[in-house]
Design a protein around this ligand. Structure first.
Ligand SMILES: [Zn+2]
Ligand SMILES: [Zn+2]
Length: 211
């Protein structure tokens, strides 16, 4: 259907809309093992972006660039392998449950209290969107403009009480530009590999990706 094809005009829609069905980038603190969704330079009860990178709010561990890039790379690889494996994926972006197990309740998500629906195939478009979402999290200019998809719905128990002040986001964006660009380049590597692999997506990638 036309709803499944990527239109150039989609670049005009907001990240919140475009990425409404993506899975979060879940990160594990190597020190205290807290798992939390990373959403760029935004307010979070679980982590904070400092002048020199990502810090766990639970144990104050400061992630090395390698600790962050490895986790990003792992997430990228897991999504690409899901595309090949045909796993079931919950359509609720805040849940992100992925499984091969089929619920006795049909397509209902196995997540506790989740009202999401498991869908069978990870489509070209979903993978592409997922990679673009990960890319957007490390887009300094997008972060500075506050255009990154919000991490939580307002009613979510983990939703932060207040947003970061714009001036703080601007400063943190510049202070972390090098780190974020390194992370972006990790995503680009996979976007380019995908472009080579998926012939039917070639025109899209040629159009969207500028070297
Ligand atoms: Zn920690
Ligand atoms: Zn779910």
């Amino acid at each position: 259907s036309s709803g499944d094809s990527l239109q150039p005009l989609e670049s005009a829609i907001s990240d919140e809309e475009r990425f409404k069905d993506v899975a979060p980038l879940n990160v594990n603190c190597p020190s205290c093992n807290q798992q939390f969704p990373f959403g760029g330079i935004v307010a979070s009860k679980r982590y904070q972006i400092c002048y020199n990178g990502l810090q766990c709010s639970q144990c104050h561990h400061q992630f090395s660039p390698l600790q962050l890039s490895c986790q990003l790379e792992r997430a990228l690889r897991s999504h690409i392998s899901m595309y090949y494996a045909g796993y079931l994926k919950c359509d609720d972006g805040t849940c992100g449950i992925i499984t091969r197990q089929i619920s006795v309740f049909g397509k209902r998500c196995l997540g506790e209290d989740c009202m999401g629906v498991m869908s069978y195939r990870y489509t070209d478009k979903q993978l592409y969107n997922q990679l673009l979402y990960f890319e957007s999290l490390f887009d300094v200019d997008k972060n500075k403009k506050g255009l990154v998809k919000p991490l939580y719905r307002s009613e979510h128990p983990d939703a932060p009480d207040a947003a970061l002040p714009a001036s703080q986001i601007m400063a943190l964006g510049e202070q972390n530009r090098e780190l974020f660009q390194t992370m972006e380049s990790v995503v680009h590597k996979y976007l380019k590999n995908c472009a080579r692999r998926y012939v039917d997506m070639g025109t899209i990638f040629d159009f969207m990706i500028a070297d």
